[in-house]
Design a protein around this ligand. Structure first.
Ligand SMILES: Nc1ncnc2c1ncn2[C@@H]1O[C@H](COP(=O)(O)OP(=O)(O)OP(=O)(O)O)[C@@H](O)[C@H]1O
Ligand SMILES: [Mg+2]
Length: 372
């Protein structure tokens, strides 16, 4: 039985539908990430799980028991709030101890656990301070320690690392995952940062305008996005998109753009044949474009796009090369390589081979995937 089961959950604030008919299930030790742009309903979803926001309709079950009308205190949920919600009049120690004290945990255990949690989040030297004497990042870590010190049934995190610098953020991610594995309870984690979602989530729910657009593992979302929104939201640099029309010729289907024409794999023919003549968006991820000599497949005019190199941006793993296709309807696109590309390529036109097995196609109107 899933530990958390949410069905058809909806939240209205007057006319505004903040969360629109979402459903998901969470296993006992799963780490689910909700990701999506600002205002898509992430915080509202967490607040309904915590019992801080009454639901408009739908059901929330914990361990098979309906909790819709159960008070927050009785749900045994630990939550890290987006705005930290630390108590200004309490010291860091007492802030972290708060949830334990209010549940009658003994002082002996509190004196053991609070310094340990503070140490993990590197605020053990601040235990005597009040929140106003802390930086934003330190306050955020107090809120994290306060939630993680507890033995809750469910852990909820609302953008808990937004105020940390890159190094601390990476460390805190590790610490959260370590604690999550120790606790063996489900966690729901909110972020608007897709790379954080990919790094943390066993599964990820991509939200937009109150709805879940797709829920799956990181690689499912990356490799088989159900629609254009998910395809574009997941991955950095973002997927390249070209306006194209599907045309049938010599028993194959081609995607024709103003700058190039590529032949689509035969396996996709059946799904695509009803769309011949229709406008589509052709998507290709930056790492699926190859220098012809290094392409792990046969290269021909049927899978090549030419572009002029505008910018070469070094990265830790190689480089990103920004190009544009030639001609009146020039389009920008980007390719990533595991090697450094010399600056002598700047301004030159180069061919790149497209791994056609990795191509995505979306209906230009409905934006739904035509092949996944
Ligand atoms: N108490 C409220 N009254 C009216 N509208 C609200 C209320 N709380 C949230 N909303 C609206 O509901 C929508 C979803 O808000 P929510 O806070 O859940 O978004 P979010 O995904 O957490 O965004 P962010 O990434 O900016 O934190 C927004 O349009 C917001 O303005
Ligand atoms: Mg929010």
């Amino acid at each position: 039985m899933p530990v958390i089961s949410v069905s058809n959950l909806t939240k209205r604030f007057g006319e505004k539908i903040a969360v629109n008919d979402i459903s998901f299930e969470l296993g006992g030790q799963e780490f689910l990430v909700l990701v999506g742009p600002s205002g898509c309903g992430k915080t509202t979803t967490l607040r309904m799980l915590a019992g801080l926001e009454p639901v408009t309709s739908g059901e929330i079950l914990f361990d098979g028991r309906k909790v819709n009308d159960i008070r927050p205190k009785d749900r045994n949920v630990a939550m890290v709030f987006q705005d930290y919600a630390v108590f200004p009049h309490l010291t860091v120690f007492e802030n972290i101890a708060y949830g334990l004290r209010s549940r009658g945990v003994s002082s002996r255990i509190i004196n053991e656990r609070v310094p340990a949690a503070a140490k993990m989040f590197r605020i053990d030297h601040l235990l005597k301070r009040k929140p106003r004497q802390l930086s934003g990042g330190e306050r955020q870590r107090v809120a994290l320690a306060r939630a993680m010190v507890r033995d809750a049934d469910v852990y909820l995190f609302d953008e808990p690392l937004s105020n940390l610098d890159a190094q601390l953020r990476h460390q805190a991610r590790e610490d959260i995952l370590t604690l999550h594995r120790e606790k063996k309870r489900p966690s729901v984690y909110v972020t608007h940062d897709q790379s954080e979602a990919m790094a943390l989530g066993d599964r990820i729910a991509v939200m937009r305008a109150g709805r879940i657009e797709q829920l799956g593992t990181g690689s499912e979302l990356y490799e088989r996005p159900r629609n254009l929104f998910v395809a574009y939201f997941v991955g950095t640099p973002s997927i390249n998109l070209f306006d194209a029309t599907l045309q049938a010729q010599d028993g194959a289907i081609f995607a024709v753009t103003p700058a190039f024409t590529v032949r689509l794999p035969d396996e996709t023919k059946e799904k695509l044949q009803h769309h011949v003549g229709r406008p589509v968006k052709l998507g290709i991820r930056p790492e699926d474009l190859h220098v012809p000599k290094q392409a792990p497949f046969a290269v021909s005019d049927d899978n090549t796009v030419k572009g002029v190199v505008n910018v070469i941006e070094p990265s830790s793993t190689g480089c990103s090369v920004y190009l544009s296709t030639m001609g009146a309807s020039s389009r920008d696109f980007v390719a990533t390589f595991r090697v450094r590309v010399p600056a002598t390529y700047l301004g030159k036109e180069i061919p790149l081979a497209m791994n056609m097995r990795k191509v995505h196609l979306f209906d230009a109107e409905t934006e739904q995937s035509l092949i996944s």
